[in-house]
Design a protein around this ligand. Sequence first.
Ligand code: HEM
Length: 205
Amino acid sequence: MSTMIQRYTARERNNHWVVAILFVLAGFSGLALFHPAFFFLTNLFGGGPWTRILHPFIGVVMFLGFVALAARFWGANRISSADRQWMRQFDDMVRNRDRNLPEQGKFNAGQKYLFWSLVVGIPLLLISGIVIWQPWFAPFFPIWLMRVAVVVHALAAWIMILGIVVHVYAAIWVKGSVRAMTRGTVSAAWARHHHRAWYRDVTGK
Ligand code: HEM
């Protein structure tokens, strides 16, 4: 086996999976409330009333977990001019012509844009969710604001679900990535191929 490089600590991985599990639970319980086609998902949460009670609490805990995750990964997600160039060469990335692409640090531009869309989207979900949270908070807000919040909540959730579907797909598709978040390590070849600038930083080679 080739040399392995540490990519995530145990704390980072725990934090990631807690948020991932809560995101899926918040998503399933939210979809169950959104449309009758998804109502069967209430079976996972103990029926309709329990789904309605649990959904906002799951959301709040997910938000708190995400704040911790975002703080850990904030610095490594700053957008650089190399990232903008990488986005312009999206075609080379999709066709796996990595050699033509600018060198990437710990995260590539696609990962960074996903990160920043979550940084905007998850607080939007929390704020809009509080505005429509009956019976605790909603009575403090005017009806027009609740109407806006319902739309913002559904739109933000929809965009993030699509983003996370791409995230999961990419994690599986780029061979050798899932182990980064399960075992914490990646092969030297993986690091050199996908994140060459990061590889040089951590190995000094
Ligand atoms: C549900 C299934 C999920 C799977 C299988 C998955 C898998 C992974 C993997 C393998 C990595 C490491 C990628 C690398 O090191 O290059 C990663 C990174 C990351 N994941 Fe996930 N993930 C999931 C859900 C989520 C969710 C729900 C969130 C947040 C709401 C999230 C946020 C992140 C972040 C912030 C990173 C760091 C890279 C970046 O900034 O994009 N993940 N994930």
